[in-house]
Write a protein that binds this ligand. Structure first.
Ligand SMILES: [Zn+2]
Length: 206
C-alpha cells in the first residue's frame, strides 16, 4: 500500500486557531483512481479551518505514483527523497521533482496528452525568445477543450495565451532525440533545465 495520509496541525492565518487536518503524503493512482482528478482540481490539497472556514492548501511534500503510466512525481520545496527517486528511475519510471501544486498539475496534463515534458520546456524557451522579454512569472502548458495553449501568468493572473505549435514540438523532438536519451536521470525538468540543454546541444541549422 503506497498511499498514506497523515495528520498535520496548522495555524489558521485568519482566526489563529490550531487546526488538525488529514492530508495525503503519498498517493498512488492505482490505489486511488480519483486522485489524479483531485490533484488537477486541487481538492486533494485542500485543508479547511473548522472554526472560520478558511481554506488553505497543503504544499507538500507529496509523492504521487501513477503505476500504469509509470510516473513518479515528488512535489514540494527541497524534498529529500533521493533513494526513493533513484529506485523509481531504476524501475523505469519517469521521475520528476516539482516545487508547487501548479507544476505538478502541469506535469500530469502534459503526460495525459502523451507529450515529453522536456520538449515542452524547450518550447517555453523558444516562446520566450519570440515574446522578446515580455515579463511574466510562469508559462504553463494549458490544454483547453480541443486546443492547446501556453498560458502566461503574472501575479497569479493570466496575461493571455499563445498557441501550442505541434510543428515546433515535432521539430524539437526529432532534432534532439539522441541528446535527450542521455537525460533520463534528470528529475528537475523546467525552463532552467531547457536553457542549459540548449546551451549544450543547440547547433544552428546549416
Ligand atoms: Zn480559521
Amino acid at each position: 500500500m503506497f498511499t498514506r495520509e497523515e495528520e498535520i496541525k496548522w495555524i489558521c492565518p485568519q482566526c489563529g486557531s490550531c487546526v488538525t487536518s488529514e492530508i495525503y503524503t503519498y498517493v498512488s493512482a492505482a490505489e486511488e483512481p480519483q486522485s489524479t482528478q483531485k490533484i488537477l482540481d486541487t481538492s486533494l490539497f485542500r485543508m479547511k479551518c473548522s472554526r472560520c472556514g478558511r481554506t488553505e492548501y497543503n504544499t507538500g511534500p507529496l509523492f504521487y505514483a501513477d503505476e500504469n503510466r509509470k510516473n513518479f512525481f515528488a512535489m514540494g520545496e527541497n524534498v529529500d527523497a533521493a533513494e526513493m527517486l533513484e529506485n523509481h528511475i531504476s524501475l523505469g519510471y519517469t521521475v520528476r521533482c516539482v516545487p508547487e501544486i501548479v507544476d505538478l498539475c502541469e506535469k500530469i496534463l502534459i503526460d495525459q496528452d502523451d507529450l515529453d515534458d522536456r520538449v515542452v520546456e524547450m518550447m517555453k524557451v523558444m516562446n520566450a525568445v519570440i515574446l522578446k522579454g515580455q515579463a511574466y512569472d510562469q508559462m504553463l502548458y494549458a490544454p483547453d477543450e480541443d486546443t492547446v495553449y501556453f498560458e502566461l501568468i503574472r501575479d497569479a493572473a493570466s496575461l493571455g495565451r499563445i498557441p501550442f505549435l505541434q510543428a515546433m514540438y515535432d521539430d524539437l523532438s526529432e532534432r534532439f532525440q539522441e541528446d535527450l536519451k542521455n537525460e533520463d536521470d534528470e528529475t528537475e525538468i523546467n525552463a532552467e533545465w531547457a536553457m542549459h540543454f540548449f546551451a549544450e546541444h543547440y547547433r544552428p541549422a546549416e
